[in-house]
Write a protein that binds this ligand. Structure first.
Ligand code: ATP
Length: 365
């Protein structure tokens, strides 16, 4: 069993940087957990503490049922793949992959069979006699993966393993790693700052900011039920529109007062605001770009604005609309008929809106 338990883990470096704060995560056996967050939020520090490369300042780390705080890295049954691959330049691919086994004096014939098996899994059979300098970035990455999985670790740690690859190769290696996880059936903990990698690879995602976990959940729940404005705007591209509003009572109904005018909201949202006593208070109204439309289509909450920027990155049109509330972004089909400076109405589907507390930034439920 390779479940992990991180209990109230803290890391304070010697320079007093409190890099990780009260981390509590239970990682299930054979899970693919992604740690994601902006630069400096404590992802690598967390991974290095799990690997045993960094001391834990306080808290307990369990792998299986064993507390491993004081266990040497080599005794933790963990393999780590780094951003820079860390291959031995003077050894060929075969020697790189088999190095750890040879050090452990495993018989040559057994090593040979294992290397061929791993090379088959990673599709690098033709590269075994090449040195790392004679490989492409993607091929080097596969060799680094091979060297790690040949040890059959209980837990696999990966720190931004795709960040040195070009965009196309990154997409390809993303699915290679998912396939690898399915094949070898081991617990994976994967660090990235890339929300697309997190959303596409993780069975669960832990989103970190300033050393603190903001939310841990499945990709779909993170997207549909973000815990706070940080998570809401970190996941999703272009990011969610966040608009300031005040809750007002008019004719016995709760409404949202935006900078330009007062808008009705649906009965469910009224109820939530009433129950949590938000009457007269400021909130942040969040709406994802795909729920902002330039056509009426029964949408609610119309706003007026003028088109500032149009982007067509592929199958969609992103329109940046300047309004009295600030810039609002809409995601529409590629063939949307729109020009710069067009004066338009913007519609939101208010059933798809989120409401956050202005002070705490937490979702209002
Ligand atoms: P990135 O995505 O940039 O790699 P990260 O989320 O992995 O960032 P960490 O490398 O874990 O972040 O760093 C967390 C914080 O700890 C940062 O403020 C960083 O400057 C600090 N830090 C990291 N390593 C050390 C160290 N050895 N000594 C002191 N402070 C450190």
């Amino acid at each position: 069993m390779a479940k992990l338990l991180l209990k109230n883990i803290n890391k304070v470096y010697e320079n007093k940087v409190h890099a990780v704060r009260d981390l509590n995560i239970e990682i299930h056996d054979k899970e693919f957990l992604v740690l994601v967050g902006p630069s400096g939020c404590g992802k690598t520090t967390t991974l290095r503490m799990i690997a045993g490369l960094e001391d834990i300042s306080s808290g307990e780390l369990y792998i299986g049922d064993r507390m491993v705080n004081n266990l040497e890295p080599k005794d933790r049954d963990i393999a780590m793949v780094f951003q820079n691959y860390a291959l031995y330049p003077h050894m060929n691919v075969y020697e790189n992959i088999s190095f750890g086994l040879r050090m452990r004096k495993i018989p040559k014939k057994e090593v040979h069979e294992m290397v061929l098996n791993i090379a088959g899994i990673l599709d690098i059979e033709d590269l075994l006699t090449r040195k790392p300098a004679q490989l492409s970035g993607g091929q080097r990455q596969r060799v680094a993966l091979g060297r790690a999985i040949i040890r059959e670790p209980q837990v696999f740690l990966m720190d931004e393993p795709l960040s040195n690859l070009d965009a196309k190769l990154r997409v390809q290696m993303r699915s290679e790693i998912i396939k690898l996880h399915n094949k070898i059936n081991t617990t994976f903990i994967y660090v990235t700052h890339d929300q697309i990698e997190a959303m596409t690879m993780g069975s669960r995602i832990a989103i970190m900011k300033d050393g603190i976990i903001q939310q841990i959940d499945t990709p779909i729940n993170i997207y549909n039920k973000p815990a706070n404005t940080f998570v809401a705007s970190f996941i999703g591209s272009p990011q969610m529109n966040l608009l300031d509003a005040t809750v007002v009572e008019q004719d016995g109904e709760l409404k949202l007062a935006f900078a330009d005018a007062v808008r009705c909201i649906n009965a469910n949202q009224q109820l939530v605001l009433k129950k949590s006593n938000y009457v007269g208070k400021q909130i942040v109204f969040g709406i994802r770009v795909e729920n902002v439309s330039l056509e009426r289509k029964g949408y609610m909450l119309p706003f007026r604005g003028s088109v500032e920027v149009i982007e067509r990155p592929g199958s969609e049109t992103y329109t940046y609309i300047s309004t009295q509330l600030g810039t609002i972004v809409s995601k529409m089909p590629i063939d949307t008929n729109i020009k710069i400076d067009d004066n338009i109405m913007v519609y939101f589907d208010d059933n798809k809106g989120f409401m956050f507390d202005k002070e705490t930034n937490c979702i209002i439920r």
